[in-house]
Design a binder for this molecule. Structure first.
Ligand SMILES: [Zn+2]
Ligand SMILES: [Zn+2]
Length: 263
């Protein structure tokens, strides 16, 4: 699972504001099925693409399932053909274009997928569908409860645009969620973003301030771990563009917010 609940401290340590968040970066899910009959656990990679039409009435998420295998402790993709299916998030039903041949690997995979896409996983995909529709929504911030957001402190992006995919970085097989905090002072010339790296498998976290003009850490107190996490994140070819886009989006909010709060 790529999500879990997290209580993250705000950058202002005097007054910690906890928030509940089911993190999701919209990327590949790895699902495990441990059959009750004692046969080895099956691992399935699930890539999803949901309808992004903000006004579209459909409830569809395209799924691409690929069996994975454990080879010497490492997860590897199998030879088998990936299976394409369409999930209706409202009914939870899975549809395939042509029914797989009886006794085929595809049939086994489809049956497995039907067992896996239930309960928490179905809820996760429903939430993913809901968030998918709002990725392009430039005005989602207007729906936030600004009376509960401390504008004196830097504001987490997830409180401004809650539906946008969360940022993440994978280091040494460990996944970290990245919570980015932004200055919303209208005319502030600062060029910083504060990043919290939250380990997805325990309660540890690292903190780092980055200067966005230089795209470099600007933080004398940063730990080696935090610098390493930044380096791994920045290694992603989309990292700089993503932060730049978030900077532009939050700058626009900073400019429009005073009028919005008076209205
Ligand atoms: Zn649609
Ligand atoms: Zn500022």
């Amino acid at each position: 699972m790529t999500t879990h609940e997290e209580n993250a401290p705000s950058v202002d340590s005097e007054e910690t504001i906890g928030f509940e968040r089911t993190f999701d970066d919209g990327e590949r899910l790895v699902l495990r099925e441990k059959p009750a009959d004692g046969t080895p656990a099956a691992i399935v990679a699930l890539d999803t693409a949901s309808c992004t039409g903000t006004e579209c009435p459909c409830h569809e998420v395209e799924l691409l399932a690929q069996p994975l295998y454990l080879v010497d402790g490492q997860i590897e993709e199998g030879e088998g053909e990936p299976l394409q299916a369409l999930l209706d998030v409202e009914s939870g039903e899975l549809a395939v274009e042509t029914a797989p041949e009886p006794g085929s690997e595809a049939e086994t995979l489809l049956a497995r997928l039907r067992r896996l896409v239930q309960g928490e996983t179905l809820e996760l995909l429903q939430e993913r569908w809901r968030r998918g529709r709002k990725q392009e929504d430039q005005d989602e911030w207007k729906e936030s409860d600004w009376s509960s957001i401390d504008l004196e402190a830097m504001v987490p992006f997830l409180e401004i645009f809650p539906s946008r995919w969360d940022l993440s970085v994978l280091v040494g097989g460990r996944k970290y969620w990245i919570v980015d905090f932004w200055c919303l002072a209208p005319d502030c010339p600062c060029s910083q973003v504060a990043l919290d790296f939250l380990a997805s498998d325990d309660d540890t976290s690292e903190h780092l301030v980055v200067d966005l003009d230089a795209m470099k850490p600007d933080d004398p107190d940063a730990s080696e771990t935090a610098l390493g996490l930044w380096a791994a994140f920045y290694d992603d070819p989309y990292a700089a563009a993503t932060l730049t886009a978030r900077r532009e989006a939050t700058r626009r909010v900073a400019r429009e917010l005073p009028a919005h709060l008076q209205a």
